[in-house]
Design a protein around this ligand. Structure first.
Ligand code: 7TS
Length: 408
């Protein structure tokens, strides 16, 4: 098998239902390399303590480790300052932080918030709440035939009334890559802030927040080899400074009196309560791993897998693939349907041969409705996948209709 990274991933190296596991659900969460698992193990064996609180060795060590992760993330995404990195639980919490802290305080009646129809519910439902509470309008960028936001759509929908634009760089359903730089430029030209959902891009390609000039970027560690329970909101310092805290309580305060409190400085005012230091350790190890592999290398591995998968899928007549088939406009995610077979049945049948795909609405109901489907099957790739996984997928797909009694 022509992939030297596979051996680093214990979960990938196992049999499922007596078949070699073909894990094709990395858009949901990624598997973890031994380096990450061992780093977390090591932390709990040697250093565990509550950070920012104690004056003793272990707590100082935990604080150092946690703050070091901020530096590592800062460098990984090209931010200017470590204080611009706020740790959250996941991307969902990140968008809630932005909606409740920025949206609820800086949006006024009649203002427009622009998102795309392809957003994950995490970057959609929080903005619905803001629009409802503030009397603002939630406007959508729709997709062209390739499943991408067009320049015309960006030019016509983002107007002087727009105050927030929040769009995903890569669709978790279609894998299509949006023209995020143009979207950010247009948002800034009308005085709006630009938020990027980097959940499906940062793990898979080189993303530099300063080059993009994004005001905020949000992503989850667990989709980039780190443990679950840690995510990131990058925000420009001047914006984070003017935003009030979102979660109130321990660790995020400066002074507390009976009837009032003052808050810690950025980024600590956004990090209420005991933080996930073990997760931070894992995130550092994950980023180190990705940097050693090289993001360009990851792009190439995924491009090869996507082009091979598209070719193999196109040979099966009863399969419909959604979105662009141009590998330069697409990351490692393919959505498809098998004629007359429900995606959940497809996924269960494939599981019998060790192939793990996602089936359903992928937390994108409005996109499903826009595409005119209830659900899709989704195969998503990462650096530990090989062409054999795609062979297992396509062989399995060929049997799905037969299982359900169709002739072919
Ligand atoms: N944004 C995008 C683009 C996503 O793909 C996801 C998760 C999220 C936000 C939310 O991330 P979380 O870590 O807070 O859950 N996407 C998926 C998926 O496609 N299948 O399972 C989770």
């Amino acid at each position: 098998m022509n992939n030297k990274y596979i051996l680093d991933f214990p979960t990938i190296n196992q049999k499922v239902n007596e078949h070699r596991l073909a894990y094709l659900d990395s858009a949901a969460t990624t598997q973890k390399p031994s380096e990450v698992i061992n780093a977390v193990n090591d932390y709990y064996n040697k250093f565990n303590a509550n950070p920012h609180r104690g004056a003793y060795y272990l707590s100082i060590k935990a604080t150092e480790i946690y703050e070091n992760t901020r530096e590592v993330v800062k460098n990984f995404i090209g931010a200017e300052k470590a204080k611009e990195i706020v740790f959250v639980k996941n991307a969902t919490e990140g968008f809630n932080l932005l909606a409740y802290s920025y949206g609820m305080n800086f949006i006024n009646p009649g203002d427009e918030i622009v998102i795309s129809i392809a957003e994950h519910h995490s970057n959609l439902v929080p903005w619905q709440q803001v629009a409802k509470a503030k009397g603002a309008v939630l406007k959508y960028l729709y997709l062209n035939d390739e499943g991408i936001i067009s320049t015309e759509e960006v030019e016509s929908k983002i107007t002087e009334k727009t105050k927030i634009v929040s769009v995903t760089q890569v669709s978790n359903v279609l894998g299509t890559i949006n023209p995020i730089k143009d979207i950010i430029r247009k948002a800034h030209s009308v005085g709006a802030i630009a938020i990027v959902d980097g959940s499906q891009s940062i793990p898979h390609m080189s993303v530099n927040v300063r080059e993009l000039d994004a005001d905020f970027i949000v992503f989850s560690g667990h989709k980039m080899l780190s443990p679950m329970g840690i995510g990131v909101v990058y925000g420009k310092e001047e914006l984070l400074e003017k935003m009030p805290p979102f979660i109130f309580g321990g660790d995020m305060i400066e002074y507390v009196w009976e009837q009032k409190a003052t808050f810690a400085e950025v980024p600590y005012k956004f990090e209420g309560g005991t933080q996930n230091v073990g997760g931070a350790v894992g995130l550092t190890a994950a980023i180190r791993y990705l940097q050693n592999v090289g993001m360009d290398n990851i792009v190439n591995i995924e491009k090869d897998l996507v082009s091979y998968a598209l070719e193999k899928l196109s040979e099966i007549p009863y399969i419909t693939v959604y979105g662009s088939k141009d590998i330069n406009k697409k990351a490692g995610v393919i959505s498809f349907n098998v004629q007359d077979v429900h995606p959940h049945d497809v996924a269960s049948i494939l599981d019998a041969s060790g192939v793990a795909i996602r089936a359903g609405h992928h937390c994108a109901h409005p996109l499903m409705r826009y595409m005119g489907v209830n659900a899709t099957c989704r195969a998503s790739f990462y650096l530990y996948n090989v062409r054999e996984d795609i062979d297992a997928l396509t062989e399995g797909l060929k049997s799905t209709r037969k299982w359900l009694g169709y002739g072919s």
